[in-house]
Design a protein around this ligand. Structure first.
Ligand SMILES: Nc1ncnc2c1ncn2[C@@H]1O[C@H](COP(=O)(O)OP(=O)(O)O)[C@@H](O)[C@H]1O
Ligand SMILES: [Mg+2]
Length: 248
């Protein structure tokens, strides 16, 4: 019984970042693609999308559209979101401006019904872990904590990342949220010596071994739904066995 429950609870990962516009959606799309091409059914779940695009007179999640575009050609992908807000702002503020109310229980309920009907569920946060979902003190970190999900942290590889990544990992640890991996994204032609040093020092300081330093693929733009050369850069991301191991 405990085994079955654990299996249901842990077949997901929560993708977060040190800030907005860093690479959560790109990482989510790649993880979905890797799991799908191995034949698993996968759900991409975006609990709260702010800065939602307008298409055909209604709000749509551009993050879900990008994941669908990149990974959805493989059969078995479902995308889902719970809250959409037009204002590009922290969820608590966007919700206030648009007379909405972000409810953690609704997110938990949605996640459980999605995860029960898919082999794996990839959940993408908004902003970082310390982003408020409402005015009642609920933070984005409460989502992986409540769902008992490990996280993957996307961060820039360059100057400033030791502080941002270190603080995010430390905060996750205080909340008992396991950091499964960090993905440092380099926007240089080749990862620079400084970026490699950042990776090494973060491994030492955080104790997290799975810190990947990857080069950004050319021509990727999530908001414009351009996948560019992302497919050719997949080998830089964690391999299937690792990803599955983090959800075992
Ligand atoms: N691995 C990557 N390869 C190429 N471009 C990337 C990569 N990761 C992030 N980017 C760039 O950063 C932008 C923001 O990434 P995104 O995944 O939308 O961030 P977030 O979901 O954290 O807001 C993308 O539109 C793209 O231009
Ligand atoms: Mg995103």
């Amino acid at each position: 019984m405990g085994g079955i429950l654990k299996q249901v609870m842990s077949n997901g990962l929560f993708i977060t970042a040190t800030s907005t516009g860093i690479g959560k959606t790109v990482v989510s799309a790649v993880l979905c693609r890797i799991l799908l091409r191995a034949g698993f059914s996968v759900c991409y779940y975006k609990p709260v999308q702010t800065g939602a695009a307008v298409s055909g007179g209604r709000l749509v999640s551009q993050d879900a559209a990008f994941v669908e575009n990149f990974a959805g050609a493989s059969r078995g992908l479902k995308t889902h979101f719970t809250y959409l807000f037009k204002k590009p702002a922290s969820p608590h503020y966007a919700a206030k401006l648009e007379s909405g109310d972000v409810n953690l229980v609704t997110i938990i309920t949605d996640y459980h019904s999605l995860s029960q009907s898919h082999d794996y569920t990839i959940v993408e946060g908004a902003g970082g872990l310390y982003v408020p979902l409402n005015d009642n003190g609920v933070l984005m970190a409460d989502v992986p904590e409540a769902l008992e999900l490990g996280i993957i942290l996307a961060a820039n590889a360059g100057l400033g990342t030791i502080n941002h990544t270190g603080l995010s990992c430390d905060f996750a640890r205080r909340r008992n949220i396991p950091v499964r991996a960090v993905i440092l994204i380099s926007h240089e032609e080749q990862p620079t010596p400084l970026e490699r040093e950042n990776r090494e020092v973060l491994v030492k300081l955080t104790g997290i071994k799975d810190i990947y330093l990857i080069s950004a693929a050319g021509g990727v733009d999530v908001d414009k739904n351009l996948t560019g050369e992302l497919e050719q850069s997949i080998d830089q991301f964690p391999p299937l066995d690792k990803i599955r191991g983090w959800m075992a």
